[in-house]
Design a protein around this ligand. Structure first.
Ligand SMILES: [Fe+2]
Ligand SMILES: [Fe+2]
Length: 470
């Protein structure tokens, strides 16, 4: 019989008791893909749907709360208890649930307060222990005091739910040798029992866009670990953290393939709910996007998430273009960008030009600077009267939505994006510098190329619907 799972990640629940209105909250929210004020309403809506659905279990891949706030944890545990009355729930916590480095905040008017009570690592280790406990086969205590667990999810399916928080080399996310050995033992035990086994960890196991973006999002020794797990029989792992919906494959030198499904963040665009149906040796993966949710008695549709994420760029550009210097400096600060106030006039003029800049004008400018070799002239001509900014926003959204936004792009826009992506590499190849210097710069430009190409034309399995052999 088929086993049906729903997998979600990065819920980042933020209790409304911590303040979700006023200037300080607005600046925070406007600089972040996460829709914090709406997190509880989104979670309620998704849990309601999943509770009434035909799924056999719900898996949650970490970052349950925004920054480990006690109020957020308490609300989440109640929501999870209500869901568990209808469906078994298996979850892992991750760094945002405890390792907050004083990050937890509350907002009152224009002021930010850091006096928020959090749930520390020691307490968190047991805080969600009740979920899945009746189906637990084995557990391992990490050097950080957290638990990795192996669960019996259905008659023939096991789940390795591992906590990778700061247990890797140099205190990075990952696994100590003993932890990895325990994981290998669970994989071997499942094989011996003739059972299928899948896994979930919070940080990335495989790079899914480019090392340029993914290096800090991945566990330490990620490819060595992927090789060890795949060669021990793991074929499918769910990960979160990057907030990027993307499916990636890797084959070990011994020829064993492992698929990583990066689940994407429920708390923001595109609010994905991943479904997995296991039938015989095949697992069918399909992503459903949240159509909308009820908030304060009104329905917010899926455009809400898209606009919220687009606003991360748009609010900044619009503020700079408007001439409101203080608003611009505040928004830059919220993005973590420190700009000398003396540079504001340049930013203001640049933002005003960017608002109106057409593809034709931008293309001509690039081609003028590169003696006509920058971007394809026919492609620029095809879009010459279109504004550039909406295309930039679409590419930005592709980072989060598995390149769904690229599907609607005209071919000419994709051609221009690819040309822009290869431009740094082409420029470097003409530079009068030594071969070894050139090669080291080419490593970076190669990663830029890979990133743009992956965003425009994703390689490997489809990010929204795929079949995995188990
Ligand atoms: Fe997250
Ligand atoms: Fe995370």
């Amino acid at each position: 019989m088929a086993t049906k799972l729903a997998i979600i990640s990065d819920l980042h629940h933020f209790s409304k008791t911590l303040g979700t209105a006023g200037r300080a909250y607005e600046l925070r929210s406007g600089s972040d893909q996460k829709a914090l004020a709406e997190s509880g309403d989104v979670i309620d809506s998704v849990f309601r749907t999943l509770g009434e659905s035909d799924v056999d279990a719900v898996l949650i891949v970490g970052d349950i709360t925004n920054d480990g706030e006690r109020a957020s944890h308490e609300e989440m545990r109640e929501k999870l208890r209500a869901l568990r009355l209808k469906k078994p729930v298996y979850l892992i916590t991750s760094t945002h649930d405890w390792c907050t480095d004083g990050n937890a905040r509350r907002y009152v008017g224009a002021e930010v307060f850091h006096d928020v009570e959090t749930v520390g690592g020691e307490e968190l280790a047991d805080y969600y222990d009740e979920f899945g406990k009746e189906n637990e086969i084995s557990r391992y205590k990490t050097d950080r005091g957290f638990y990795s667990r192996c669960f019996q999810v259905s008659d023939d399916l096991r789940l390795l739910a591992v906590n990778d928080d700061m247990d890797g080399e140099g205190g990075r996310s990952g696994y100590s040798p003993a932890h990895l050995n325990w994981m290998r033992e669970q994989l071997a035990a499942a094989k011996k029992a003739g059972q299928k086994i899948i896994a979930m960890e919070h940080h990335l196991l495989l790079y899914n866009l480019s090392p340029l973006i993914n290096k800090g999002q991945s566990i330490s020794n990620n490819y060595e670990t992927a090789e060890a797990l795949a060669d021990a029989g793991l074929k499918l792992i769910f990960v979160g953290h990057s907030h990027m919906l993307r499916t990636t494959e890797y084959a070990t030198p011994a020829g064993n393939k492992i698929t990583q499904i990066n689940v994407g963040a429920l708390c923001g665009y595109p609010a994905p709910v991943n479904r997995l149906t296991m039938e015989g040796p095949k697992a069918y993966h399909k992503v459903e996007f949240l159509d909308g949710f009820m908030a304060n008695g009104a329905f917010a549709d899926k455009e809400f998430f898209r606009q919220h994420t687009a606003n991360v760029l748009l609010h900044l550009v619009n503020a700079a273009a408007s001439g409101n210097k203080q608003d611009t400096m505040d928004r830059l600060d919220a993005h973590g960008i420190r700009l000398k106030e003396s540079l504001y006039p340049v930013l203001h003029i640049g933002a005003k030009k960017l608002q109106k800049l057409t593809v034709g004008r931008a293309g001509r400018l690039v081609n003028c600077l590169t003696l006509g070799k920058g971007v394809d002239r026919a492609a620029v001509k095809a879009l010459k009267n279109d504004r550039l900014l909406p295309y930039v926003i679409d590419l930005f959204l592709c980072v989060f939505d598995g390149s769904e936004s690229a599907k609607a792009l005209p071919d000419a826009a994709k051609t221009i994006a690819r040309d822009v992506g290869t431009l740094p590499g082409r420029v470097v190849s003409k530079l009068p510098v030594g071969r070894s210097r050139k090669e080291s710069i080419r490593k970076i430009t190669g990663q830029i190329e890979a990133l743009v190409f992956e965003l425009v034309d994703p390689a490997g399995p489809d990010n929204i619907e795929s079949v995995i052999e188990l």
